[in-house]
Design a protein around this ligand. Sequence first.
Ligand code: ARG
Length: 371
Amino acid sequence: MAKAKCYKCEEKCGKGKISLEELQKLEMAYKAFLRTDSKSLVKKYLTRDVFDRLKYKRTTFGSTLLDCVQSGFENPDSNIGIYAADPSAYVVFADIFNPIIQDYHIGFKKSDHHPATDWGSLDKIGNLDPKGQYVVSTRVRCGRSIEGYPFNPSLTESQYWDIENKMISVLNGLEGELKGTYYPLNGMTKETQEKLIEDHFLFKEGDRFLQAANACRYWPVGRGIYHNQTKTFLVWVNEEDHIRIISLQPGGDLGAVYKRFVSGVADIEKKVKVIKSDRLGYLNFCPTNLGTAIRASVHIKIPKLASNMTRLNEIADRYHLQVRGTAGEHTEAKGGVYDISNKRRLGLTEAEAIQEMYNGIVEIIKLEKSS
Ligand code: ARG
């Protein structure tokens, strides 16, 4: 990662010092945000003192504090409320990112270092629900960012095209079980679009958190989806992150899903250089997706536990899991099906993140059985 040089820069980004207009806009937005009763992490940690220290800074890509916090300011119901406008924002705005990272990733301190990649022994991981009574489907995904580019709010239109073109040639080279087709959103026919939406593979346009983060500019330029023939391996291009690599299948066979995931990530990383920092592991747009950037989840039917959501959330917390609605975050559960996943992705290895999710889900199934 290039070292962030210019706090009040004239050097690299060419945008010069923060202008009076920029400062006034930031100050007004902050004052209005302070009046909300937001429960987000950015509200909790962006104190006046921290704000005053960071408001003049600009990263080497030209990004400001406002580029990072505008989504959280506009959406007081955010959980986190901050995105890194580019990789160096994690360094330049460390005073706000560090406490948020420590809170979200359950104790990862500013002096901590993310461990080296360790996928673990792939044959050890079993089926979460061998009888198929609870787990509807299992999914493992990670985010990756491509070296040399900023994140969404600071990407140019031609950089979106660049990233997509790079990824098309990488994806076209995938073989065996991973072999498939790339569908660009730009120029996609209604039919293809409907089919992909029906299969729940197509990401939605217009997530208000991403929109306010300036992450949806030039849509649908550079955006697209790749999947293999059996639709068990997917890659999203230029949605929230440059790439999201996803392995999924019906049922609870976490071992099979994880194996396919690991081979897909390895094949892709052979062909494209991704951004990794010594301290924070893989860097992505949202501070929730650092470190391993892995989210391993199930869609699970647990009607008894779900009849008391406070208790379900307490149980999830105990095992460092996160409960979401059926269609992911900020959604409701449909037909009693919940999305449950590992919460922390930073400060532990890939093998440990998967194991954490495995142990927690097995416990949740036990508790559902005995309820
Ligand atoms: N910015 C949103 C919030 O704070 C989403 C955070 C985590 N999710 C994500 N897709 N990055 O609630």
